[in-house]
Design a protein around this ligand. Sequence first.
Ligand code: HAM
Length: 468
Amino acid sequence: MAEKREFRAIKGTRDILPPDSALWNWFEAAARETFEGYGFRDIRTPIFEETSLFARSIGVETDVVSKEMYTFSDPFTSEDLLWQSVEQALSSETRTGESEAEWLARIRTEFESRPKGEVLTLRPEATASVCRAYIEHGMHTLAGNQKLYYMGPMFRRERPQKGRYRQFYQIGAEVLGQSDAPGIDAEVIEMLLEFFRRVRLKKIRLQVNSIGCKECRPGYVELLRGELQKVRDRLGADSQRRIETNPLRVLDSKVPEEQEIIEKLPRISDHLCDDCRKHFEALKVEMKLRGIEWEENWRLVRGLDYYTRTTFEVTAAGLGSQNAVCGGGRYDGLVEMLGGPPTKGIGFAIGSDRAILSVQESGDLPDLPGLAVYVAWMGEKAYLPAIQITRKLRTAGLAVELPPDEMKFKKSLGLADKLGAKYALILGEDEVATGIFTLKRLRDAEQKKMNENDLLEYLESERRGTGA
Ligand code: HAM
């Protein structure tokens, strides 16, 4: 007998079921609408990429790359391998001084030493993929800045807790092009806040920092490392390790005993080069012009290596320790590091799981459209008219439920109520004979009698929100 076992979603992953999925759809639709209003367009990149794309852009010393990636090897098929050998054989240099046997032996050795597969990773974030696509498709030749947005699942092997998952969802936006005008940074932030306003996120806190560029940051990092060495014994194991690997990350530490020490460390704002300082000052002016409220946080360094200059994070209500609903910043030079032309870039990613959780916890939920009409039919003669009116109502854009089996009116009206329908359309043999429908509003049991035309008109205006 087959083994009986209950399958469950993998730890750190979850199912998003109705009615929550409707809230997710509303949230994502609001993002599309907001971002498109700012001239951004959708980009869809694959869920997995070459591992080295992430390692090079995010940085091998980061937690994401060193501990959290879902990496697997994808073996080539024997057909892939055969074609590779044929191509190699055809393109290899002429076999001067080599016998045929020697030549074949050499080809065989080369063949055997060739990798037998690729190492791939489920994307932990999408900025690297967007930059890869930008280079691969020569998007720098297109007019203006490329303003792109995306939404979808990301994967990190983190310790699951409230608001932290191994498969989580991000909505992100990136601007790639030749300009690093601070107005771009400010507009990206404005768009983000406008989206959060539309989805009713509460207690939004925006923190902004500048972490310098490749001219000024190395000097600051060395200074920081030197200062950290002096207080090494008073730091925890993680921070001690980071003195060597990435001293900036020590500033991120949440360990209570380290806070007093960190507050006394040198601040990057005192060590920015002239260009970075001017950029940051201009960004503050640009944010002011847009009425954006922010707090400067010199300790906001972010956990990914590609950032330069502007970094920012947004926190929201109701989330406990995992309260960052968005992180972003500038990454000038990343495209070039991945083999593309010199390019400036800035963007952010919103953690949808957390942002939606925050909206849910606040209780200020939108009125999402549910089932509009339940067609309560009874009697053999009512079935065909029920099918026909259902089709017409659906064509008019209404959500309609047509029960497949005949039921007594009492039972079907009870079910209509449980399904949360707004109206029940009563269709018995009398209604069929007279051509007059009975529409019952379930909220207050008010009944209206009307012919098909009036019914369609009434329900359509209801749907548009212009009706009674
Ligand atoms: P990130 O800060 O690693 O940045 O992630 C952005 C947001 O994704 C976080 O603020 C959080 O809301 C959410 N998030 C991250 N990990 C998890 C998780 N395990 N479970 C639930 N939510 C999570 C980036 O990913 C950058 N690519 C953002 C960016 C775009 N920078 C420039 N362009």
